[in-house]
Design a protein around this ligand. Sequence first.
Ligand code: KIV
Ligand code: ZN
Length: 525
Amino acid sequence: MTDMTKQDQVLIFDTTLRDGEQSPGATMTHDEKLEIAELLDDMGVDIIEAGFPIASEGDFEAVKQISERSKNSVICGLARANLKDIDRCWEAVKHAGKPRIHTFIGTSPLHRAIPNLSMDEMAEKIHDTVTHARNLCDDVQWSPMDATRTEHDYLCRVIEIAIKAGATTINIPDTVGYTAPRESADLIRMLIEKVPGADEVIFATHCHNDLGMATANALAAVEAGARQIECTVNGLGERAGNTALEEVVMALKVRNDIMPYQTRIDTTKIMHISRRVATVSGFPVQFNKAIVGKNAFAHESGIHQDGMLKNAETFEIMRPEDVGIAGTSLPLGKHSGRAALRAKMNELGFDLAANQLNDIFVRFKELADRKKEVFDDDLIALVQDEVVQGGTDVLQLKRLRVVCGTEGPQEAELTMSVDGEEKTIDATGDGPVDAAFNAVKMLYPHNAKLQLYQVHAVTEGTDAQATVSVRIEEDGRIATGQSADTDTVVASVKAYIHALNRLIVRREKTSPGGDRREINYKDVH
Ligand code: KIV
Ligand code: ZN
């Protein structure tokens, strides 16, 4: 890696586990959060925003354990502008080698109106809360939420107060994805020029993607002097999401001629973390997504394929291996042994423990019996499926038989374990998937509405595995599920059951007396 001076270094602040996890349905389990934090740390992320410790016991424990296990990354927790939030945040992050408190308040007229604070009252609150955070921790980040819709004079005034009170990083959030590249740059430039003390802190950019400009806005802010980009893997996040980590990092790498800034990210780890975040969050990556989409390096048209064969640079501005996509390698088959499977898994970025490898090997053999060639994508789908089907889940698929064909109604006979008790039922429906879903609902009655049902073939050929994604909603709670199988109906039922299991966990967390409180961002008192 090239030597980085302070001027050309851009810090990568990843908020997949906080802002990303906030997106409806993307809730991750404790172990999933620890795994993603470890991957982020290993890939060279400078700062990991690990969660919102006051939100629940679960969030607190996750931030605390991520802090305890951290290696090189700074571990940051989020806190609203009140002393209780900040104290709780510190209790969680203080275990890190490099802890950070990130506290924020909405400064735009719309946001000031909600706690009904005057400009002066809010300024005083900012002074008090940042001072309190700085007395606990040497590394304090402060954010004026909705900065891009805050009056410039007021923004300058409150940033100056935060700097004087001890903030070391000033983050400028475009909370509703409203700004555009030129305006994003002008704002950062104006703040650096006008705010006394601006040269003593790092300015960060935090962009949402409502108008599809998050990555462009973040890069424009860097060109104007911001030296920290806030982002998430796959651009995960509320509504249209956030700046995508892989996009900013690869843009800075590929166009270093015009944007001469460096990051510490090991780009060869991008693909693996992207797949893991897609699986654990239940948000599949769209096929044509930049860098990490399935088609990002696929060349369909004759002209493109011809050009690629003659010289890959004709149609590729980066090499697949730069982002960790393994070169074409031979598929495995039913004669492949455990050692070949282990080697392939390592090549794909999965570091499996001996017992995990054994489980995957059994499933690989089953798959190889049904499918002539087992490709890399098949194996990735298999590992991801293994991870999402937990042995302790309330609902588990035991057996499924369907009758389908031109004469309806189609039928499904389903055996499912519900809280440890095996139950069987017959159901009919408009097609085998509908019949099977009706059967699930009869064995486990619920009011969740199906919002999304999506099927994709993992590879080519009629024996390809299908990956199915399902999203359900019940009383405002959203849960997603995914599964893969060569039998599309089986994959569908497993994905549906996976979503229901996640919903059950969410219900427990958000019920009165349950773990997670609904977070009110405006609750500053
Ligand atoms: O988008 C936003 O304003 C945020 C803040 C909490 C920093 O995520
Ligand atoms: Zn945000």
